[in-house]
Design a protein around this ligand. Structure first.
Ligand SMILES: NC(=O)c1ccc[n+]([C@@H]2O[C@H](COP(=O)([O-])OP(=O)(O)OC[C@H]3O[C@@H](n4cnc5c(N)ncnc54)[C@H](O)[C@@H]3O)[C@@H](O)[C@H]2O)c1
Length: 471
């Protein structure tokens, strides 16, 4: 079973009326891959509509053409989002190719909804309700056979494609949710171990082989801490490292997983809001050096990311505020007020947004850079405050500056995050910003059609930074 779609085609299967074409179109903007509808290619190749093909050549001939097109696309080197016709999975010949080349998501729909959506159209197999029902029942198990995951909407598809599982209560199901069957090394930190360690161990049952703790918070992200972990780990290359904790813990443990025996599979289970909507998603791992944060690291995509929003119940208020700053950033980038949603849904939608961007640009060369909205200013303020300023407060201020430079309304940031100007040395903050950039002053701005990176004249950036500083 494939665990994500990073290096595979993302294939949508499902019954007529499940919404495959609509969801596939949305996926184009979410993960930036070309989207191809197999039925459309068959129609283009033959110059006939599907009802015409059924009438002229019969269903079997149509299936043959459909199979040829699907196989051709699955064998191509470029990675696509492919929407399969409802009946394509009836061909066992395609099952093997799907297993080798694709991550398959079953877009689920119930019979009543499907019938409501398609009856009265010219779809040849949707003319009679009882035939429709029989077909539904015959195909349902086939979708389950070929699917690596199930989804009900585009956010679910993006999450599944990134290998992100969001479910309140998933801590208790860790034994089933950590992929594979081999030994698991649990890596956590003292505070999280005190609250959730026993439940995690119980849920892993027989698979739990070893338990390790790194220092709490940012101190985990250091060479001595990771070295201690490297030397203590016993799992073999077939084992899995499970990282349970906030963003600092998953960054450090993920880096250990990327490097130990040249890489073992890993599963982050983030326990902070920052981790659930941001840090644990997208495969970036890192540790700090005395010269700066995140200076050593690796891209190492997790086999699965397990997000249990129920774990946020014990999160201290300041940590929640840090997370809300990333939630507001995500909502601004997505163009949707995600910060207004209730918590489990807020986590699901934000995690899905980040998953989509990272799937489209896993190595941070293009659009993933837009996730830094506000962060240039935030880093400069944090450095000028000797890292005494909570990250969320710095990001809130940074978002203000980014929105002002973009000529956009700052109200969402003021209403939700209520940022307060900080008292730091202006010149120090400016020098820190220049050091962070080390070249042209590229700043992420928010346009009408989303975020983009722009090189700005120093004077404007400097006054935007100064506006965030009190006194
Ligand atoms: N890799 C990435 O893409 C990425 C993205 C964003 C941030 N980050 C990194 O994430 C780190 C910040 O992560 P963070 O904000 O999660 O902070 P953190 O990991 O330092 O955790 C904050 C505090 O919360 C405690 N805690 C964690 N979960 C808890 C829970 N459920 N209940 C009670 N207490 C809990 C921890 O013990 C810690 O004291 C930074 O190092 C940053 O560089 C990485």
């Amino acid at each position: 079973v494939a665990s994500h779609a990073l290096e595979r085609h993302l294939v949508l299967v499902g019954f007529m009326g499940a919404g495959k074409t609509t969801v596939a179109e949305e996926l184009h903007s979410r993960i930036g891959r070309p989207v191809i509808d197999v039925d459309f290619v068959v129609e283009r190749d033959t110059g006939k509509t599907i009802p015409q093909l059924f009438a002229d050549e019969g269903e079997e001939a149509f299936r043959e053409r459909e199979r040829e097109v699907a196989a051709r696309l699955l064998r191509s080197v470029d990675r696509y989002v492919l929407a399969f016709g409802g009946g394509a999975v009836e061909s066992p010949l395609l099952h093997e190719l799907l297993r080798e080349q694709a991550f398959v998501v079953h877009l689920d729909v119930d019979l009543e909804t499907a019938w409501r959506r398609v009856h009265g159209t010219d779809r040849p197999l949707a003319q009679d309700e009882s035939t429709f029902r029989q077909l539904f029942e015959r195909r349902a198990p086939l979708y389950e056979t070929v699917a690596d995951a199930r989804a009900r909407d585009a956010d679910d598809v993006v999450l599944a494609a990134a290998g992100v599982h969001v479910e309140a209560g998933s801590l208790a199901r860790l034994g089933d949710l950590v992929p594979g069957e081999d030994a698991v090394a649990l890596v956590t930190e003292p505070r999280v171990a005190g609250i959730y360690g026993a439940d995690a161990q119980l849920a892993l049952g027989q698979r739990l082989a070893e338990v390790h703790e790194l220092a709490a918070g940012e101190r985990a992200k250091s060479v001595p801490e990771v070295e201690r972990l490297w030397r203590a780990l016993k799992i073999r290359r077939s084992g899995t490292l499970l990282a349970l904790g906030g963003g600092a813990l998953t960054d450090a443990a993920g880096f250990a997983a990327a490097t130990y025996t040249r890489g073992v599979t890993w599963v982050p289970m983030p326990t902070t809001l920052v981790g659930q909507v941001d840090a644990a998603i997208g495969g970036k791992t890192a540790i700090d050096l005395p010269e700066g944060k995140n200076l050593v690291g690796a891209f190492h995509w997790p086999d699965r990311t397990i997000v249990d929003p129920a774990l946020l119940e014990t999160l201290p208020p300041q940590e929640r505020r840090n997370g809300m700053a990333e939630v507001v950033k995500t909502g601004l980038l997505a163009g949707v007020p995600l910060w207004e949603l209730p918590e489990p849904e807020l986590v699901r939608r934000c995690a899905a947004y980040k998953s989509g961007v990272c799937l489209g640009d896993p190595l941070d060369r293009r659009e993933r850079r837009t996730l830094n909205l506000g962060h240039t200013f935030a880093h400069a303020l944090e450095a000028a405050a000797d890292f005494e300023l909570p990250h969320g407060e710095a990001v809130a201020l940074g978002l203000l500056a980014a929105l002002r430079l973009s000529g956009r309304d700052t109200k969402p940031v003021e209403d939700v995050l209520a940022p307060k100007r900080v008292r730091v040395d202006r010149e120090r903050a400016w020098q820190a910003l220049l050091r962070d950039k080390k070249g042209p002053l590229n700043v992420v701005l928010l346009g009408e059609n989303g975020a983009f990176v722009a090189e700005l004249p120093p004077q404007g950036v400097r006054s935007a930074l100064h506006e965030l500083i009190a006194g």
